[in-house]
Design a protein around this ligand. Structure first.
Ligand code: ATP
Ligand code: MP5
Length: 271
């Protein structure tokens, strides 16, 4: 059995964070383990409170996992503070792992899930060990300090992110004014490709980023290449968005079962 790990925050509402990651892992036939960085009191309407773990307890959880399991791939989600980021990075270094970093900063309802002073730590210690980074446009703007609106600006920002040391960056285009959800993927060797799918007009997008990065992790854990993992993950999240569950009164969760029930999402790949 392929074992994967998510290092992220708990979402009591079940649609994002650790809960979305475990559901995705289960659907994609990998064994999921967890390191919880923070509890959130959260539902589809918003985040009512955050209770972070101490960096020491984050380390204790990491040790519990690595002392016993042969983890192949992992993802990070909500990391909350510079201290937790440093603890995580220190414990991941020099291990033979494929690391997906979802640079979670702000919840859909607008609440901060990462402290402002933690961005520099993310850039300095986590990006150099990341296999895949999955920023949306606002996150990419915060990481690079650049304004991103056009395709050329996406390419320039991605170049700057690659210079921080990540192997591959997926610039998620959900925030751009475009009838399609277009993500552009850039690699260290200069190659790139685009993934295009219809943008679904729905408010049920809670946890899309978590689900996408968890699916990349699951496929990497199963031994697929980085490129294959990203493409298959895009299909998984598209199917999950296209078949919404009517849960909650705000930004509802995506449908992790859609894949199991045979939903097929068409994603156009442009080399
Ligand atoms: N409404 C949508 N329809 C189809 N795909 C979407 C939609 N919203 C997001 N996606 C896709 O879901 C994946 C995860 O994106 P994610 O939601 O993290 O990014 P985003 O939309 O740019 O930002 P945000 O996290 O604020 O929604 C990406 O592949 C993105 O293109
Ligand atoms: C614990 C936790 N982690 C991450 C998110 C981001 O969710 P989204 O994927 O919708 O941006 C969240 N709302 N809560």
């Amino acid at each position: 059995m392929n074992i994967v790990l998510t290092i992220a925050g708990s979402d009591s509402g079940g649609g994002a964070g650790i809960q979305a990651d475990l559901k995705t892992f289960q659907e994609l036939n990998v064994f999921g383990t967890t390191v919880i960085t923070a509890l959130t009191a959260q539902n589809t309407l918003g985040v009512n409170g955050i209770y972070p773990a101490t960096p020491e307890f984050v380390e204790l959880q990491l040790n519990a996992i690595f002392d016993d399991f042969d983890v192949r791939a992992l993802k990070t989600g909500m990391l909350f503070s510079a201290e937790i980021i440093q603890t995580v990075a220190r414990n991941l270094k020099d291990r033979n792992l494929r690391i997906v970093v979802d640079p979670v900063m702000i919840a859909k309802g607008g609440q901060a899930l990462l402290k402002d002073d933690a961005v520099q730590a993310l850039i300095r210690v986590l990006l150099p060990i990341a296999t895949v980074l999955t920023p949306n446009i606002p996150e990419a703007e915060t990481i690079t300090g650049m304004k991103i609106q056009t395709g050329e600006e996406i390419r320039k920002a991605a170049q700057k992110i690659l210079e921080f040391g990540v192997e591959c960056v997926v610039m998620k285009g959900g925030h751009l004014e475009d009838p399609m959800a277009v993500d552009t993927v850039f690699f260290q060797d200069g190659s790139s490709f685009q993934m295009k799918s219809p943008k679904i007009d729905t408010r049920h997008t809670h946890g899309t980023g978590c689900t996408f990065s968890a699916a990349i992790t699951a496929y990497l854990g199963r031994g697929l290449s980085i490129k294959e993992s990203i493409i298959e993950a895009k299909k998984f999240v598209q199917a999950a968005i296209e078949n919404p569950l009517n849960i909650g009164h705000g930004h509802g969760p995506t449908n992790h079962f859609a894949h199991r029930l045979g939903a097929k999402a068409e994603v156009e790949i442009i080399e």
